[in-house]
Write a protein that binds this ligand. Sequence first.
Ligand code: HDC
Length: 622
Amino acid sequence: MLTADRAYHNRSPLDCMRAGAIGAAVRGSEGKEIRSTVQGRVAVVTGAGAGLGRAYALLLAERGAKVVVNDLGGARDGGGKSSQAADKVVQEIRSKNGTAVADYNSVEDGHKIVETAVSAFGRIDILINNAGILRDKSFARISDQDWDLVHAVHLRGAFKTTQAAWPHFKKQGYGRIVMTASNSGLLGNFGQANYSAAKMGLVGLSNTLAIEGAKGNIHCNVIVPTAASRLTEDILPPEFFAELKPELIAPVVAWLCHEDNTDNGAIIESAAGWAGKSYIVTSQGSVLRKRIGDAVSIEDVRDRWTDVTDMSTAKYRESIQEASGELLNVLEAVRDGPKEDEISKTFQITDKDVILYALAVGTPISDLHLLYESHENFCALPAFWINTGLVALMESDIIVKAIPGEDISLANLLHGEQYLEIFEQPATNGPLEVRCKVADVLDKGSGAVVIVDVESYDQNGTKVAFSQITSFFVGAGNFGGRRTSPRAINAVEVPKRKPDATIRQMTNPQQAAVYRLTGDLNPLHIDPDFAAIGGFAKPPLHGLCSLGFAVRHVLRQYANSDPRLFKALKVRFTKPVFPGETLQTDMWQEGSRIHFQTKCVESNNVVIGSNCNLVSVENGIS
Ligand SMILES: CCCCCCC[C@@H](O)CC(=O)SCCNC(=O)CCNC(=O)[C@H](O)C(C)(C)COP(=O)(O)OP(=O)(O)OC[C@H]1O[C@@H](n2cnc3c(N)ncnc32)[C@H](O)[C@@H]1OP(=O)(O)O
């Protein structure tokens, strides 16, 4: 059975189209009304004479809050003063039977604003720091005054009001603060250097207040609004401007002020009836030196710059302690010195990778659970989980370094053997860390064999899979090394009797061209000249591609094509397969172990010799 929308349960089609973005269209009346939203709470809204502040004040009052409508009544650039703006909003609130008082103080005199709340209503519960001015000028033209004034209102103003409200919040064990930042701060904006800096300052202020207030039930969050307001009217195009109603943002801010909202230290962006969360992420980065005593040269930085700036596995750190902890791990690693035979890499697995792999190993459309991310049984084919380790190895030089002697050509690198064991089904979406370590190097005469153990960990640090990748370097043997290894996991012979079952499937001539898109970009499989250096008349198919076909055949025959019944396998790639050739998988069942052997029909060569363990579970192996 298919679920209509597995991954994006309860979200609108538009949300689903935003796949991956953290956010949601804000739905007006769909949800049950929150009865106690802010009833009886005392809220101070600065800059509430117009625009966003006014919308916040009106909504909070409508939901039963007692509101201090603060507005200095100044112009957009901070000049002038008037009581009219605040008075008008207070009248509006009162005309709807709401409770409000006006306050005309500058936010720089924050204590006076808070005093207004306390003397009118006896307390303060909510503080929305919304007041702001603009003094836009390109950086070269910004005067000290332009800088100081913008900072005084936005950053110092928020500091002063919050400083005055803080003791009240602490005493009563409750407080909700909203800081107003801007995409000008998060992303920068031409002509707004002063404003951008102040807005980012508010993010920093909120981050720390969230930490310091947490124990006392004081939450501080940031709203990043894009609204039609005095500040934006001549900046945004008119048709866009019309859709940026402050009323569409007010509920988001009201929810941030609500006692049921547990967010603290969040940055919430909102505009045009949409809201989303922003945060700062950091790349996995790269250690720039080998040992603890080493200096770091500019060349070290240059050589590792790709890894330093690779954001594909970037992550959010919850706290400064987490960031420091990671630093300690780095120091630990550097102290232990380099491990020339070890690497680790984190991949960001997506449903798309899983589906592409399934397609690249000939999965028919009838196996929808391998091809459709919204299928209730959607999962990856077992051999998919080998791919990450193989790609990590292909990108590193640990295998080449492990072989004695120079002149190792990658054209002579063949996938020799493969072991895989899955402990827990890894998630099809999310980070997967692979840790690869050279286990042994063998001298097979005609070639050198490098055995690499690969452990895969999910985002919780759980070891979900183990694989052993054995590569065969043709012509790199005879270096006087050992021939066998206690570390090698060996395949067993298939039974002598006739196979219990057989499945045939033709690969197509583009098979390698498609398969390489799953990650193994080895030119051996696509470039005839490169393949010729390795002694091939044409590019051979990836070993893992043939294996993907074979494992699917076994699952189809014995496990209703359910990869979750798979436990482990060991194979040897005995002969190459070429795209377009037909694979025939012969299978023998012995309890929950299925032996299989795959032949190339055209050449009659055994191309994969192996055994495969399937876990026997209820309704499992037939
Ligand atoms: C960096 C990431 C790592 C992984 C990278 C993979 C990247 C991919 O892009 C590459 C690929 O997918 S290549 C395609 C898939 N692989 C193949 O087609 C290889 C097929 N196998 C062969 O051609 C031969 O077995 C051949 C050529 C391998 C060996 O044949 P011979 O030289 O004739 O060897 P033989 O005389 O039969 O045996 C000599 C000793 O070697 C052992 N041996 C044989 N085949 C082996 C194999 N496939 N793997 C491991 N060991 C193997 C034999 O057992 C023998 O040793 P001993 O005498 O000790 O038993």
